[in-house]
Design a protein around this ligand. Structure first.
Ligand code: NDP
Ligand code: 13P
Length: 336
């Protein structure tokens, strides 16, 4: 049994807190709104984010960050990507050397182009930082439906320790040393999911969706490998696995936001309607910058950026993708 602090009381933090509680760990979940912590404690349900999922009496909720951090062997960082750095900075006074901090959020910082684990390491130099990622919607994990993810860490020892904490008969956990590849896959897939949602919203069919998923992972892996990630992370659960779930699922926040944009809503209207964090919106500009920095052509990402931030018409963006000059699918096997 481990003492675990879950930092962030949205849908993902709450689903993981419940999973860890079911695995027999002592879990304290922190909300940045003390009144929300009090309500979760009293009602034993997250009515807005995970309706119908009972949160047992064994789970503790707090609005006090010191209480959530002190004495915990493991902290799960489950706030939106844009709040990861500031939340890590707030944790710093309470953190003790060697505490494990597992980032489960997905994003890239726009001005520094740093991954979330890199930001946490900068703010919490005494922490042993790890990541958990893969195709895993909170709505399904909360209901105990079978899910497989990957834990990435600097050492095999930490990765296998975390694997043991999370793993159960409905939650299968693989390990990986490739934190960079995992994090790039997890954050860039959200941009492609916006594109897939836009195509759905425009009324395009399965052919367009399949093309976006396939060419999307091509884009992600070309950049990711150039940056030092392993190709296996992009063809695995944290790459194509997560891309499939987010482009296909009714639960996906990014796909839903894209759908609404394809239907004619503005980016802000779509985000307001989804009500939960739409990480792809925050990762798009970073993805464009990374493509330029590493000299990798990212046509889908660029069109999403133009629709979100430059007022480009969504149908015109798809048309521009279709009308690019003819190319080989890949260059892995040249003609002799
Ligand atoms: N939901 C899912 O299925 C999955 C989500 N993720 C990732 O996990 C991360 C969290 O997502 P998710 O739980 O869905 O998000 P939600 O939108 O469900 O919840 C976000 C939570 O963070 C809180 N919050 C907002 N701003 C701050 C802040 N500045 N400091 C602290 N807390 C803050 C929100 O509070 P308030 O209610 O006050 O706004 C809310 O409780 C994202 O990066 C997402 O991509 C990863 C895998 C699966
Ligand atoms: O990353 C996620 C699932 O793995 C959650 O993001 P979406 O809700 O946009 O799919």
């Amino acid at each position: 049994m481990a003492n675990i602090g879950v930092i962030g009381a949205g849908s993902w933090g709450t689903a993981l807190a419940l999973l860890l509680d079911k695995n027999g760990h002592a879990v304290t979940e922190w909300s940045h709104r003390p009144e929300e912590a009090e309500e979760l404690s009293r009602t034993r349900e997250h009515k807005s984010k995970l309706p119908g999922v009972k949160l047992p009496e064994t789970m503790r909720f707090t609005g006090d960050l010191e209480e959530a951090v002190t004495g915990k062997e493991v902290l799960i960082m489950a706030v939106p990507s844009t709040a990861v750095r500031s939340t890590a900075a707030k944790i710093r006074p309470y953190l003790t050397k060697g505490q494990i901090v597992v980032d489960v959020a997905k994003g890239i910082e726009e001005n520094t182009l740093m991954t979330l684990s890199q930001q946490i390491e900068e703010e919490l130099p005494d922490a042993d930082v790890a990541v958990l990622s893969g195709p895993s919607h909170a709505e399904e994990v909360g209901r105990g439906l079978p899910t497989s993810v990957v834990v990435g860490a600097k050492t095999r020892e930490t990765a296998e320790y975390l694997q043991g904490l999370f793993m159960n008969e409905v939650f299968r956990v693989y390990t990986s040393p490739d934190m960079l590849g995992m994090e790039l896959g997890g954050s860039l897939k959200n941009v492609i999911a916006l594109a897939a949602g836009i195509a759905d919203g425009l009324g395009y069919g399965d052919n367009a969706k399949a093309a976006l998923i396939t060419r999307g992972i091509h884009e992600i892996s070309r950049l990711g490998v150039e940056m030092g990630g392993a190709i296996e992370s992009f063809t695995g659960l944290t790459g194509v696995g997560d891309l499939i779930v987010t482009c296909a699922s009714v639960h996906s926040r990014n796909r839903k936001a894209g759908y609404l944009i394809g239907q004619g809503r503005t980016m802000q209207e779509a985000m307001d309607e989804v009500k939960m964090v739409v990480e792809g919106v925050f990762s798009t500009k970073a993805a464009v910058k990374l493509g330029k920095k590493y000299g990798v052509d990212m046509p889908i990402v660029e069109q999403v950026n133009a629709v979100l931030f430059e007022g480009k018409d969504a149908a015109e963006a798809v048309n521009d993708l279709m009308m690019r000059s003819g190319k080989p699918e890949h260059t892995a096997k040249p003609w002799s």
